[in-house]
Design a binder for this molecule. Structure first.
Ligand SMILES: CC(C)(COP(=O)(O)OP(=O)(O)OC[C@H]1O[C@@H](n2cnc3c(N)ncnc32)[C@H](O)[C@@H]1OP(=O)(O)O)[C@@H](O)C(=O)NCCC(=O)NCCS
Length: 185
């Protein structure tokens, strides 16, 4: 935390890095983050309770895609150097869709949520995407019922599609699959 002259205490900004070195510490940090976010009911592909071992195969798929150049990781580290936020870019292979990217697994650690880090993460993602050759938009999907469309809306995205009930988080609990789009100026 940093205290300003008016007494307002602002959180120390995260440090964002695109394509961080994939060290054992980074892998463990992302896995811990993903597990903690999932168990705090975050909408990142799992339903709590979930263990790191259940998430690890999905992380490995992300890491393989990164090694093959299909995905890129944007990571946010807190002041202690701990992984506090992530977003994964995924590039299209379809020849007619190479001018936009997907953004997946957008998450901020529960202990850091609600302080503006999510908005910082998406601003950093947009800034990086503007530097990708030929990329003009970011597209993502989110689970209904979490207010996420409002979060993304506050970051400049607009809702461009919604499939009712496409995500079954539990029997009798079907959520909309919402598509959001950010056009890069
Ligand atoms: C969604 C998430 C990334 C937002 O990060 P965050 O650091 O908590 O968000 P911020 O503090 O930057 O909030 C930015 C704005 O969005 C709003 N917002 C954040 N989460 C929201 C939610 N779930 N519903 C509605 N609004 C939300 C905030 O109120 C704030 O608005 P304001 O500036 O008008 O006050 C984070 O809560 C998270 O990791 N959630 C769990 C994982 C998840 O569900 N990810 C989405 C995958 S599609």
């Amino acid at each position: 935390m940093t205290t300003r002259g008016n007494g307002y205490t602002a959180p120390v900004p995260l440090t964002f890095t695109l394509d961080p070195a994939v060290t054992p510490a980074l892998r463990a940090g992302v896995l811990d983050l993903w597990t903690d976010v999932s168990n705090a009911r975050g909408a990142v592909g799992f339903v709590p309770p979930v263990t790191p071992e259940e998430i690890r195969p999905e992380l490995v798929r992300h890491l393989v895609a990164m090694a093959e150049g299909r995905n890129r990781l944007l990571v946010g580290l807190d002041e202690s150097g701990t992984v506090a936020a992530t977003a994964f870019f995924s590039f299209n292979t379809h020849r007619l869709m190479k001018h936009w990217v997907w953004l997946y697994t957008v998450m901020v650690h529960p202990k850091h949520q609600g302080q503006g880090y999510g908005r910082d993460l998406l601003a950093a993602a947009a800034a990086e995407a503007r530097g990708f050759d030929g990329i003009t938009a970011i597209r993502l999907t989110c689970r209904g019922g979490h207010g996420l469309e409002d979060f993304y809306g506050s970051c400049g995205y607009r809702e461009v599609g919604r499939v009712p009930g496409a995500i079954r988080v539990a029997p009798g609990d079907d959520r909309d699959d919402i598509t959001m789009l950010l056009t890069l100026a």
